[in-house]
Design a protein around this ligand. Structure first.
Ligand SMILES: Nc1ncnc2c1ncn2[C@@H]1O[C@H](COP(=O)(O)OP(=O)(O)OP(=O)(O)O)[C@@H](O)[C@H]1O
Ligand SMILES: [Mg+2]
Length: 338
């Protein structure tokens, strides 16, 4: 969130004023107002197109998305209303520099009464977007912007990241996408590691220490809230597998897994599921029934076209949100894929 609007509302319009809704508006009214405001700045709005530069429109859309994110989440809205009230009654203004992350923190304080998502996980392996790799960051920014348009249209919250075969960049894509969603776009994101045969988030990306994971939850040996951990200073949460299991389809096809996927959509803006590859196993067909959409990662120049086509055909038709071409810069894509 930008600093100028971060100072609660000192002089600036309140979120309600920006959306032109009453302060006691229902969630439905807020959503309608948000969609209306957003449509004014979208690509289709020819009239405004000439009044705003691309960058201005992008900023405005981000701001609106931030506002919607805050007002549509009861905990964040409560926290925002509180800061508004304090400011109006002359109480010292609250620090809002971290925007909805702060609002998120309040939500976690509430959760702590019932067993908090713990704020104690750290990254073991650097992510391109976290390391200020400008090129990579811009690509993930664009990916999220496109994805969000699809997600908002189709009420998609849980997204499985898969690929035709192993090693195409699923985990790298899931991690970087989730990171930018949480840090730059202020979404409350949960990454679930469901690739039980090759749980590289647990083994390579996170400092797991003695933390428990999804495998423990599905075996009934840990509570879900104790297995979800927040990456420090962000609104990004992880539910890592913790360890590998041989018969992964049994875990994936369990009522416990279905309820984790269903329940987590209530608590998070987006749930990114780092998934097994489509071939040669049945795992992904089980998983595809429990998520709202799938993102297919294709390693450019590596995966034969026929395999990619077969993979696409094997997914439920309306489940495929899009294809991410990984390592696309290095080869002549047209020649290869079209
Ligand atoms: N765009 C990229 N640039 C550089 N290295 C990459 C890129 N994408 C993936 N890699 C590297 O390739 C390897 C495989 O990537 P990743 O683990 O994300 O693939 P995966 O599809 O999750 O594999 P698996 O099926 O084994 O889980 C990793 O070492 C990763 O760092
Ligand atoms: Mg992986």
């Amino acid at each position: 969130m930008k600093k100028e609007k971060a100072k609660a509302n000192g002089g600036a319009r309140s979120y309600y004023e920006t959306l032109e809704v009453r302060e006691d508006a229902t969630t439905d009214e807020i959503e309608r107002a948000y969609r209306k405001a957003k449509s004014l700045y979208s690509d289709e709005s020819v009239a405004l197109y000439s009044l705003y530069s691309g960058e201005e429109r992008k900023q405005k859309l981000l701001e609106l998305s931030d506002i919607f994110n805050t007002l549509s989440d009861p905990a964040k809205r409560k926290s925002y209303d509180e800061s508004l009230r304090k400011e109006r009654t002359g109480a010292p203004s609250r620090e809002w520099d971290s925007g909805s992350i702060n609002a998120g923190r309040d939500a976690f304080e509430e959760y702590s009464e019932v067993g908090a998502f713990r704020d104690r996980i750290t990254l073991r392996r650097a992510l391109s977007v976290a390391e200020q790799d400008q090129m990579a960051t811009e690509k993930f920014r664009i990916l999220f912007n496109r994805l969000e348009q699809i997600c908002l249209k189709g009420a998609v919250k849980s997204i499985a990241v898969t690929s035709a075969v192993k090693g195409e960049g699923k985990t790298m894509t899931a991690m970087n996408l989730a990171f930018i969603m949480a840090t730059e776009f202020k979404k409350k994101v949960l990454v679930i590691e469901s690739d039980f045969r090759n749980p590289s988030i647990s083994s390579e990306y996170l400092n797991m220490g003695r933390l428990c994971g999804l495998v423990d939850v599905l075996k009934g040996e840990a509570d879900i809230r104790s297995a979800i951990n927040r990456l420090e200073d962000t609104n990004l949460h992880f539910l890592p597998a913790r360890c590998s299991v041989k018969n992964s389809s049994l875990l994936l096809d369990s009522p416990g897994m279905r309820s984790v996927l269903l329940r987590s959509k209530e608590d998070f803006d987006y749930v990114i599921v780092d998934s097994p590859p489509i071939f040669p196993l049945v795992d992904i067909s089980i998983l595809s029934k429990c998520v709202d959409g799938m993102l297919l990662v294709v390693r450019a120049g590596a995966t034969p076209k026929d395999i990619v086509k077969k993979a696409v055909r094997s997914l439920p038709k309306d489940n495929l949100l899009g294809i991410v071409l990984n390592c696309a810069d290095s080869i002549h894509m047209k020649k290869y894929y079209y």
